[in-house]
Design a protein around this ligand. Structure first.
Ligand code: HSE
Length: 561
C-alpha cells in the first residue's frame, strides 16, 4: 500500500534564525511519525532574498531588479531557498530523520515565461515518488524551477507557496503552508489585541485575498483556486489550522495558549537535550523544577540551583502542567508518573523500564485520569516504532526490529575488527548506552522495549523472563562469511495465545532490510495479518533523535488541553 504524502512549506517568517531550522525539523518529524511521507519545500531565511538582491544591485548591470534587467539574477536569488533546504536537511539529519535534498532540476520541475516570474509547467513525479519510497522525506527549495535553455527561473515573491501547492497538486497530496501565525484571523494577530480575536476554521480563496493578502502569495492562491485545491495554513508545533477552499465559516474565538509549566526528572544524555530544546521555547513552556541525583554536577554546568532538587515530592509541589521523565531507573519514576497522572498532570516519559514495569495497569490508570501519558521515545529513539504499534494494533502479525542502538553499533564495529571493550567505550562516549551499559549488552534494555511493543502493538503484557535473550557473549567467534550479524528483537502474535517474543543474534543476508541498518541506525519490519508489510527506520539511540521523540510527545500533550 503506498504511504500517504504531505507537502509542507516553511515560509520565510518561520525561518528567521538558525534555531528555527531545528523547529522546522521537529515539525516534519511530528507529521512523519504519524506514518506520512513528507515533501518539505523551503523559503529563504528571513530577509535573505533582500540581502541577495542588494548584492546583485551592487555587482550586476544597472537597473537590475526583481522585475528583470539581469538575466543571471535567478542564479543568485535561488540561493536563499537552496541554503534553507540544505540547512533543514542537516537539522533533520541530526535527529536521524531519513531526509535528503532534491533540486528542481533533479525533480524535473519546469516553468516557462518571464524568468523572474515564471509559470510552472510540469513536474516529473516519477523521481519524487521513488525518492519518497526510498527515503520517506524529501526537502526541496521553493521559488525556483527550470526554464528555457535548461536555466534556473524564479516564480516571483512568495513563490515557495506556489511551489508547495503545485507539487502537492501534482502528487494528489494535501499541502500545509507554515507561517508565523496559527492560521487566518479576523484581524492581524500580530498587531491586534489578543482579546476578542477570532480565527477562521475554513476560509474561501476570495476571503483569504481580502483578509490576509500578503500571508500567501497571490499567485499561489490563484493557482489553488484554478485547480480546486484545498490547502491548510498553520504554524509549527500547533495542530490547529485554517483550511482554504470554497467556503468561509463564521470565525471562532481564538484559543488562548498560556505558558505550560514543566517538571523534569533526569538531565542525562536525553534529559540535557530536552532541557535545551524546551528552554528555547520560552514562549510556550517554562521549566519549573528538575530532579537530579547530584545537583552539584549540574550547578557546575551552569544550571540554576533553584531549579534543581533531589526530592521527587518537589516536582509535584511545583504544580506542573506536564511532567517529563527522562530518568533511567524504575523508581521513583513509576510512582511519580502515577501520582502526576492522578493529579491531572500530563506525562511524557522516555523511561522504558518504568513504563514496561507499570504495564497495562499504568495505561489503565492514565486512561482513567485527567492526565495523558505518552512515551514514544521509550523504544526506538527517533524511529517511530511505538507510534506504528498504536496505529496498527489489531492487524499486526509480527514485528522484527533493532531495538538497541548500542548493540547494533558494537556489532558493526566488532565486525570491522574493534574489540568488544573498545566498541562499548565508543558507544558510551557517543551517548548511545544506558548509564549502566550492562543493560544494553545483556539485552535488558531491548527486553523492556519488546515488552512495550507487545503491550501497544498486541495488547499483551509479557514478563522479562518470557523473552529468550542472546547476550553478546562469544559474539567475536560468531562471524559468518558473507553475512551480517545483528541482534534482532522479535514479537510474533500467536493467534489467541498472546505473543512469542525473543532477542536473538542472527546472521542475515546483507540485502535484508534489518541487516542494512548501520551503527545506531534502527530498522523495523511490520508484517500484517493481511500479508501487507511496512518498514520503518530512524536513529535508535543518541541525544538528538531521542530528544526529538520526547519533543513530539510534548507538543502533542500540550495540545491535549
Ligand atoms: N541504550 C539505548 C540503546 C538507548 O542503545 O538503544 C536508547 O533507548
Amino acid at each position: 500500500m503506498p504511504v500517504p504524502t504531505l507537502v509542507l512549506n516553511f515560509g520565510h517568517s518561520v525561518l528567521n534564525s538558525l534555531s528555527d531550522y531545528t523547529e522546522a525539523a521537529s515539525e516534519i518529524y511530528r507529521h512523519y511519525r504519524q506514518g506520512l511521507n513528507i515533501v518539505a519545500v523551503t523559503s529563504a531565511q528571513g530577509d535573505a532574498t533582500d540581502v541577495l538582491m542588494a548584492e546583485a544591485r551592487r555587482i550586476g548591470p544597472e537597473g537590475a531588479s526583481e522585475s528583470g534587467g539581469a538575466r543571471n539574477l535567478p542564479e543568485l536569488l535561488q540561493l536563499g531557498e537552496r541554503r534553507s533546504a540544505a540547512l533543514l536537511a542537516l537539522a533533520l539529519e541530526r535527529i536521524g530523520a531519513p531526509a535528503f535534498v532534491r533540486q528542481a532540476r533533479d525533480l524535473g520541475l519546469t516553468a516557462s515565461g518571464d524568468p523572474m516570474n515564471a509559470e510552472l509547467t510540469g513536474l516529473k513525479t516519477g523521481q519524487l515518488l521513488q525518492d519518497l519510497k526510498d527515503h520517506d522525506i524529501v526537502v526541496m527549495p521553493g521559488y525556483v524551477a527550470i526554464g528555457e535553455l535548461d536555466r534556473a527561473v524564479l516564480l516571483g515573491r512568495g513563490g515557495a507557496d506556489l511551489t508547495a501547492l503545485y507539487v502537492a497538486d501534482q502528487l494528489g497530496a494535501p499541502a500545509l503552508l507554515l507561517k508565523d501565525v496559527e492560521g487566518v484571523f479576523d484581524r492581524d494577530p500580530k498587531t491586534a489585541e489578543p482579546g476578542g480575536l477570532r480565527k477562521y476554521r475554513r476560509i474561501s480563496y476570495a476571503d483569504l485575498r481580502r483578509k490576509a493578502e500578503p500571508l500567501v502569495s497571490a499567485r499561489a492562491v490563484d493557482y489553488a483556486e484554478g485547480v480546486g485545491q484545498r490547502f491548510r495554513i498553520g504554524t509549527p508545533g500547533i495542530s490547529d489550522y485554517t483550511e482554504v477552499g470554497d467556503v468561509t465559516d463564521a470565525p471562532e474565538p481564538a484559543r488562548s495558549r498560556p505558558k505550560l509549566k514543566i517538571a523534569m526528572m533526569g538531565l542525562g544524555t536525553v534529559g540535557g537535550g530536552v532541557f535545551r530544546r524546551v528552554e528555547a521555547l520560552d514562549d510556550r513552556f517554562e521549566i519549573v523544577k528538575v530532579m537530579v541525583r547530584s545537583p552539584g554536577k549540574y550547578i557546575d554546568q551552569g544550571y540554576t540551583p533553584d531549579l534543581l532538587t533531589t526530592d521527587a515530592a518537589d516536582l509535584l509541589a511545583a504544580s506542573p502542567d506536564i511532567f517529563i521523565d527522562v530518568s533511567g531507573p524504575v523508581e521513583p519514576a513509576l510512582s511519580l508518573t502515577r501520582d502526576m497522572l492522578s493529579a491531572g498532570v500530563h506525562v511524557v516519559s522516555a523511561n522504558k523500564q518504568a513504563i514496561a514495569t507499570g504495564g497495562q495497569a499504568l495505561l489503565d490508570h492514565a486512561q482513567e485520569s485527567d492526565g495523558s501519558l505518552l512515551f514514544s521515545s521509550a523504544a526506538g529513539g527517533g524511529m517511530p516504532v511505538l507510534e506504528m504499534c498504536i496505529r496498527e494494533r489489531g492487524r499486526i502479525a509480527r514485528v522484527e526490529a533493532l531495538l538497541n542502538g548500542t548493540t547494533n553499533f558494537m556489532l558493526g564495529e566488532m565486525g570491522k575488527g574493534l574489540s568488544y571493550e573498545d566498541a562499548l567505550q565508543i558507544a558510551q562516549d557517543r551517548g548511545y548506552a544506558e548509564a549502566d551499559p550492562t543493560a544494553d549488552v545483556d539485552g535488558l534494555d531491548a527486553a523492556a522495549k519488546i515488552r512495550l511493543v507487545s503491550l501497544l502493538g498486541f495488547g499483551e503484557e509479557i514478563g522479562v523472563d518470557e523473552i529468550a535473550r542472546d547476550t553478546l557473549d562469544g559474539v567475536a567467534e560468531r562471524k559468518v562469511p558473507g553475512k551480517v550479524l545483528k541482534r534482532v528483537s522479535r514479537v510474533v502474535g500467536d493467534a489467541g495465545n498472546g505473543v512469542v517474543a525473543d532477542l536473538r543474534l542472527k546472521a542475515l543476508s546483507p540485502n535484508n532490510f534489518i541487516a542494512k541498518a548501520d551503527g545506531e541506525d534502527a530498522h523495523a519490519v511490520f508484517d500484517f495479518t493481511d500479508g501487507d508489510r511496512y518498514v520503518i527506520r530512524g536513529k535508535g539511540a543518541g541525544r538528538w533523535p531521542t530528544t526529538e521523540s520526547v519533543m513530539a510527545d510534548l507538543y502533542d500533550v500540550s495540545e491535549a488541553g
